[in-house]
Design a protein around this ligand. Sequence first.
Ligand code: TK8
Length: 359
Amino acid sequence: MTPRWSHAAALTGAAILSLGIAQAQSPELSAPPAIDGEVVGDHGSHTIRMGFGLSEGSPQYLSSRYFADILEQRSEGRLTVQIFPNSQLGDDVQMMEMLQTGTLDMTYPSSSAATSYVSELAVFDLPFLLPSREAAIEVLQSEAAQSMLDAFEGSGIKALAFSENGYRQLSNSARPVASPEDVAGLDVRGLTVRTMENPVHLAIWEALGANPTPMAFGELFSAMEQGVVDGQENPWSTILTSNFHEVQDYGSETRHVYTPFVMMMSERTWDRLDPEYQALVQEAARQSAAYEIQISAEYDDWARDQLEARGMQITRLDDAQIAAFQEAVQPVYEEWAPEIGEELITEIQQIAASVADDQ
Ligand code: TK8
């Protein structure tokens, strides 16, 4: 039996210890829901190896622990999940390839890394598409999103559930950024910004006048430390739990893209599981994804405030300042909307708008 899940234990990792000072280690995170549902039959034992990019303090890790606990409890210990965080088995792209060849059982990439499998996923890379977390969650729960998961069929990857990576924010080591001009630099050079290996993200940072440099997430910390890139963009929780504030003095609350995570399993592993185990894996994936979304939301503003408390200078942007960024990235829509599909974009925008109307 796994010991009772504890985020306090998970968070005593490198993130905190490397600072050598006592700080609040996590926000008041909701505990995972009690594990209920029947114990499934005995269909043999399996160890499921799961790798991803973020660290032990992240909502992704904490919710994956919950996933592991559900499987373990409801199979009476026959299904166990070994988690390999911190890109130790590879980056998002490599781990998806490992799923295809069957050398890894599960991974949990950003949707942006998976657009070569399901091109519709690129809709999530469009800047300023999802105005609120509520709208984003509604989209993740929509039929349109489910068909993107289904579209992995035949790729060697079984996509199980969407969860939240979150709203991306810019950080850098050169200067405070409150406008696209600050990114591009007027008298100074444009910021070198690491992007995910995704063409829409490349286009966003080109439109803003940066020098975008696509790079695997696992190489990012040392690239920033060595000054290979000035900055990067990720949710506050990632910036905090990956210790980026140690090498990034400035943060800007740009919220320019909302990135989902996709929990996925190798089709080879999936096919080896008894249908009753498959149903359990699918259900546990949905439950842990819902929990991830919940604690990711709880983490977000708290992480920003923690970063500030640890010395990062954070620039909050008002509506007019956000509008300036929005305007600067319009060319991205012109270039990419036909590629991604106008109809899909409109469908997603309508789902998002229906939430805005409710409020
Ligand atoms: C973690 C990545 C990451 C993503 C990125 O494996 O690459 O910047 O946002 O968090 O999926």
